[in-house]
Ligand binder design. Structure first.
Ligand code: C2E
Ligand code: CA
Ligand code: CA
Length: 540
């Protein structure tokens, strides 16, 4: 028997037991009254009241129905005594019964309101996380199969930062209303947290059709009105579906299944909702494997660093190195950072990795930096960490502990650092620059860095992403775009580096288009510490 069914049976047993006890006590009272022994009537009535209270607490709605019937029935008996036998001694008992009934009705109503408040999201009026669990539990108790749809408004944080909290709240409210209007009575919209929604739809309805309508509604919504203002905003979203009890009979796990299916839909850029299947399960299993591997790598020292050289485009003078992390398992397998960094970024593991990298790189390359002050050593810091309040202190401490000169350090951040908190990120960047550290904006051109963001982020170096470099020799559009990005970077007072340069044609164009630096396989792959040292000796 499942847990929910067990609980349902338990509650039923309490209600039946309570009702029987109540009736038994009524019979005892009657018997005692008949033999003229009435001194315990008040105590017994108080006991009955306590039973009623207990039943309401255990199961509010059926509890109040049963207790009302019981109290009315025993009141009816007293009324009968009064009317037929003209027995006026029952009057106090009758009054007591009515007061009890009234009190219980008020209590039950308050209980219901409290329960509703606890289960409702105050911003949108739909069910919150607890409400969601309550809906799912009820369906499970009634043995009704259902689907859940997990969906997130992906650029919600960006909207929050760009347009403010009030506007972001309006977005959430209008999206919730729209989804509720599409679902009507076919399902429930619930808000799990922030911009994460879970829809609960009974299996008898077409979940795919309903979800597609909702996805289309969100993606096509172009403007949001807040009071007198109407603002343009484009929302992006993906959805994952999991089914009870087919995918799992455990409700907690069901949410994780739908969440994983949504992540799969996002990674694969699926327009429709993705239904939990064995591919998602495989992805989930792999992610868990990688999480364990990261823990193991931190304790068993399985991480190490490689260094990819960066050169001046004109004249090929060595600028410095970008440090890149590597993971080799005990049995010699290499796991790419492209795989484990995104997993680590989903939880706090990435903080541990960034701390490791910071200390390891500064310690390992201190001698290079001290001997060659013009050399720049870059480290990658995950977006979430740059906006942490203690980030600058951590860097300062690492510099002090290792004796690495701040002016030789470059920190690579991405525009996503701004998403968590624009203010703290900008403040941290300013503090790092005061220490003499250089800031590079990584993966430039891949996301939605707007000019307004760029002007707020005082970086020294723009790193043009490989995807923008790949086709500059074959596509005029890409060539012109690359040209524009370099010019814009220079206009903003930044230097510009091209990443992922692989061919002679690309290199020739990059030089021609006045890009300052080059990093790519054509002039140097990521190297071991010893090989990087050899490059320094050959070039400095
Ligand atoms: P990224 O920071 O954009 O790093 C550049 C990636 O491009 C590196 O992959 C590098 O090996 C690769 N690359 C460089 N030149 C070429 C080229 O000419 N052709 C090709 N095909 N690839 C080239 P890698 O080392 O696998 O790193 C992947 C991503 O993992 C990095 O992208 C970065 O986001 C993350 N990462 C790597 N190391 C660290 C680290 O120490 N800390 C953090 N937080 N993230 C890291
Ligand atoms: Ca990088
Ligand atoms: Ca990059």
């Amino acid at each position: 028997m499942t847990k929910t069914l067990k609980r349902k049976t338990q509650r039923r047993l309490v209600l039946i037991g309570g009702a029987l006890l109540f009736i038994a006590l009524s019979i005892v009272t009657q018997y005692l009254s008949r033999i003229g022994f009435t001194m315990f009537n008040g105590v017994i009535m108080a006991l009955q009241f306590a039973i009623c209270l207990g039943m309401i607490q255990v199961h509010n709605k059926p509890g109040i129905i049963i207790t009302s019937i019981l109290l009315l029935a025993s009141s009816g008996q007293l009324v009968g005594n009064l009317v037929i036998r003209h027995n006026t001694t029952v009057l106090p008992g009758l009054a007591n019964h009515l007061v009890y009934l009234l009190t219980l009705l008020i209590l039950a109503r308050q209980n219901r309101q409290k329960e509703k408040m606890i289960l409702t999201d105050s911003l949108t009026g739909v069910s919150n996380r607890r409400g969601l669990f309550s809906i799912m539990k009820h369906l499970a108790e009634d043995s009704k199969p259902f689907h859940i749809v997990y969906l997130t408004l992906e650029n919600y944080k960006m909207i929050n930062e760009n347009f403010g909290h009030e506007f972001a709240d309006k977005v959430i409210q209008q999206i919730t209303d729209g989804m509720s209007a599409i679902l009507k009575s076919k399902g429930h919209v619930t808000r799990l947290s922030g911009a994460i929604f879970v829809l609960v739809i009974e299996s008898k309805y077409d979940v795919l059709e309903l979800t597609d309508s909702i996805l289309a509604f969100i993606r096509e919504k172009k403007s949001v009105s807040s009071g007198i203002n109407v603002k343009e905003c484009q929302l992006s979203t993906h959805a994952g579906i999991a089914s009870y009890p087919d995918d799992t009979p455990q409700i907690e796990r069901l949410i994780r299944c739908a969440d994983m299916a949504m992540r799969y839909a996002t990674a694969q850029q699926k327009n429709s909702a993705y239904v939990y299947d064995k591919d998602v399960l495989a992805l989930e299993t792999r992610q868990e494997e990688i999480e364990n591997l990261i823990h193991l790598a931190l304790t068993d020292d399985l991480f190490y660093m490689v260094y990819q050289p960066q050169f001046k485009a004109q004249g090929k003078k060595l600028r410095g190195f970008e440090s890149l992390i590597r993971l080799r398992t005990a049995d010699g397998q290499n796991v790419s950072p492209g795989e484990f960094i995104p997993v680590a970024e989903k939880n706090d593991l990435v903080k541990l990795i960034d701390d490791y990298v910071l200390h390891r790189v500064l310690k390992e390359t201190k001698d290079w930096a001290q001997k060659h002050p013009s050399l720049t050593i870059s480290i990658n810091i995950s977006s979430g960490n740059v906006s942490e309040a203690d980030f600058v202190e951590k860097v300062k401490k690492a510099l002090e502990e290792t004796g690495f000169p701040a002016s030789s350090l470059e920190i690579e951040i991405t525009e996503y650092s701004m998403v968590k908190s624009v203010d703290t990120t900008i403040q941290n960047i300013a503090l790092l620059k005061e220490l003499g550290i250089q800031i590079a904006l990584d993966d430039f051109g891949t996301g939605y860095t707007s000019l307004s963001y760029l002007s707020k982020m005082p970086v020294n170096l723009l790193k043009i992403d490989k995807s923008l470099v790949d086709d500059i020799a074959s596509s005029k559009k890409d060539h012109d775009f690359f040209n524009a990005v370099v010019s814009m970077g220079h206009l903003m007072g930044c230097e510009v580096i091209s990443e992922g340069v692989e061919t002679e044609e690309q290199l020739a164009l990059i030089k021609h288009l006045d890009c300052d630096f080059v990093q790519g396989y054509i002039w140097g792959r990521p190297l071991s510490f010893e090989d990087a040292e050899a490059v320094i000796q050959a070039n400095m």
